[in-house]
Write a protein that binds this ligand. Structure first.
Ligand SMILES: [Zn+2]
Length: 439
């Protein structure tokens, strides 16, 4: 894979300095300068943005109208600045996925399908320079100081593009694995590679943690990084325990980088790369949803892009010394907020994190998925742990759900418990709490 190495190094070095040094007014000025440039570029070349931001001074970009993934997909042709149509991008991406060959590009641009539930997959376009900038920032912040012996990195991801590719140099061996690789094969390859850094979605890291406990997997990475899915507390503990390392995290959206953990394992917003604005969720003092402006992307600009995630921001600065804000928790998606009726029959919101905790209060559950298809109802798919009797788990789970809801003055109309987890496409994102319309 040919990445512009000069661009990568420049971003790598600059990113190191900015993380420690950029704060206060200097950070605002840095964002303002790049934000204005991003707006001017998008307005000059993407008709969608020209119309959306018409008649406003670029300096006012933090108050511009918002956009989102649905708008991005609906207006794909005029949303990008390279004149690429949705049809041609989709054709390249789907062909690549079918052939499992992610080298083809479209007029020099990488095309990919972001993960997501079927029908909600985003199409993205990035240039080589943008990929190099991305890699430079990630390497600067994810890799500990480079030891003289160099690094071996094993990077697992759903192959949907040649976005990440591989890098192999004298000091760094960056090996990429397809998430579709059968586990025994992946374990053998990892035993052979002996990576210093292991990165993948939490679901995959969970499988590898189990293999590590069984003794099949014999690697001792110095750093374990989770990305692409929400890292839930129970997975984090399981993975950290197996590898005897804290689990680091990268938080991304449609292949944009939003937040990474520092040496203190705090998830810092990458404020030099994205302007991250937050909006309070109605009726909640703590939870927010982000509006993101990517300060560097040009091919497919992301300006005032409203995301669907529910976050809780930390109230104190991190001990590592960086002034970049810290995300305390990623609770899930706004779409997955469930509803239960109170005594007067009014529906109250229950955030995915609350549902998660009420399920996990129950002992004897190895894994689960909670689905709400109508307000007041909940279906919980349960995989019992070891020899826990399913009937006992079911009764205890029902009781916990009723008790938690009662604590908030609410009740359930119906709770179903089913044995076994629904099968999941290995390429889809895992969500343990889901709200959707009944099929
Ligand atoms: Zn920190």
């Amino acid at each position: 894979v040919s990445l512009p190495v000069g661009t990568l190094l420049r971003h790598y070095l600059a990113a190191r300095l900015r993380f420690r040094g950029l704060r206060g007014d200097a950070l605002i000025r840095h964002q303002d300068r790049l934000g204005r440039a991003a707006v001017e570029f998008a307005r000059a070349r993407a008709p969608y943005y020209r119309d959306l931001f018409a008649g406003r001074p670029a300096s006012d970009w933090r108050r511009f109208p918002t956009t989102d993934k649905a708008a991005m997909m609906a207006h794909f042709d005029t949303y990008n600045t390279a004149g690429v149509t949705r049809e041609e991008a989709q054709a390249v991406a789907l062909r690549a996925e079918a052939d499992r060959d992610f080298s083809p590009t479209l007029r020099g641009l990488t095309v990919g399908l972001s993960s997501g539930t079927s029908g909600h997959r985003g199409l993205f376009l990035v240039s080589d320079a943008e990929r190099a900038a991305w890699a430079g920032v990630v390497l600067a912040r994810v890799l500990p100081a480079l030891p003289p012996s160099g690094y071996r990195v094993a990077f697992f991801l759903r192959s949907d593009s040649n976005l990440y590719g591989g890098l192999r140099g004298r000091r760094i061996d960056f090996r990429y694995f397809d998430l579709m690789t059968p586990l025994p094969e992946a374990v053998a390859a990892l035993n052979d590679l002996q990576p210093d850094i292991l990165a993948g979605p939490p679901r995959l890291l969970g499988y590898l943690a189990a293999a590590r406990r069984r003794g099949d997997l014999r690697i001792r990475p110095v750093k374990v990084v989770s990305f692409a899915e929400v890292l839930e507390p129970e997975d984090r503990e399981r993975i950290a325990g197996a590898f005897d390392r804290p689990v680091h995290q990268a938080y991304q959206c449609t292949e944009g980088l939003l937040a990474l953990t520092c040496p203190e394992v705090s998830l810092h917003v990458q404020e030099d790369v994205v302007a991250f604005q937050t909006e309070a969720l109605p009726g909640d003092a703590e939870r927010v949803t982000p509006i993101v402006t990517d300060l560097y992307r040009r091919v497919q600009p992301m300006i005032r892009h409203r995301m669907n995630d529910v976050l809780v921001m930390a109230s104190k600065p991190c001990a590592c010394g960086s002034a970049f804000r810290v995300i305390e928790r990623i609770e899930g998606r706004c779409d997955d907020v469930c509803e239960f009726p109170d005594a007067e029959g009014r529906l109250r919101p229950f955030f995915p994190d609350t549902i998660r905790r009420m399920v996990l209060l129950t002992p004897g559950i190895a894994d689960y998925q909670a689905v709400q298809e109508a307000p007041g109802r909940l279906r919980v798919h349960v995989e019992p742990a070891g020899d826990a009797p399913f009937d006992g788990v079911t009764a205890a789970l029902r009781e916990n759900v009723e008790r938690t809801l009662a604590h908030y003055g609410c009740r359930a109309v119906g709770v179903e418990v089913e044995r076994g987890l629904p099968s999941l496409d290995p390429r889809a994102k895992r969500r343990r709490v889901i709200r959707r319309e009944a099929a």
